[in-house]
Design a protein around this ligand. Structure first.
Ligand SMILES: [Zn+2]
Length: 146
């Protein structure tokens, strides 16, 4: 399955192209920042629950704002109002302009975490099945067929 064989670099390349992190074919966005609910090629649901990516979006916005504040303190324009206007326009364009890319990165990170969690969960289940007493294992096997 492609999901298990995709490397971290492959997934990040897909997110930079604003494509589905699982298959790399489907577009993430219907419009500039309007996210499709699912991938049109592999049906992967981009946000499994609403607001899964808000923390990443919030933190990256805060980081960009921090860079802008640093720029405001380090730059000494000859005309203060012109400098402040330039910094404010740059801030708005950087923060708003990177929204789709940051959302794409957040979706890719969520995908990587969910795949990793599924692998760990499957490994734990396999260990529990392997370590279970013989009689209990037989009971579980019978229950799974019902
Ligand atoms: Zn897909």
């Amino acid at each position: 399955m492609k999901t298990r064989s995709a490397t971290l670099a492959t997934i990040m390349k897909r997110c930079l192209r604003k494509r589905c992190p699982r298959c790399g074919k489907g577009c993430l966005f219907e419009h500039w920042y309007t996210l499709f609910d699912r991938c049109r090629d592999c049906a992967y649901r981009y946000e499994s629950s609403a607001g899964d990516t808000w923390a990443f979006m919030y933190m990256t916005t805060a980081a960009l704002t921090g860079f802008i504040v640093i720029a405001m303190f380090t730059l000494h324009p000859s005309n203060t109002w012109l400098g402040l206007t330039f910094v404010m326009l740059a801030a708005v364009s950087v923060i708003a302009g990177t929204l789709p890319l940051r959302k794409s990165i957040a979706i890719a990170l969520e995908y990587i975490i969910s795949v990793q969690f599924d692998h760990q969960h499957a490994d734990e289940k396999a260990e529990q099945t392997h370590d279970a007493p013989h009689s209990a294992r037989g009971t579980n096997d019978k229950a799974s067929f019902i």
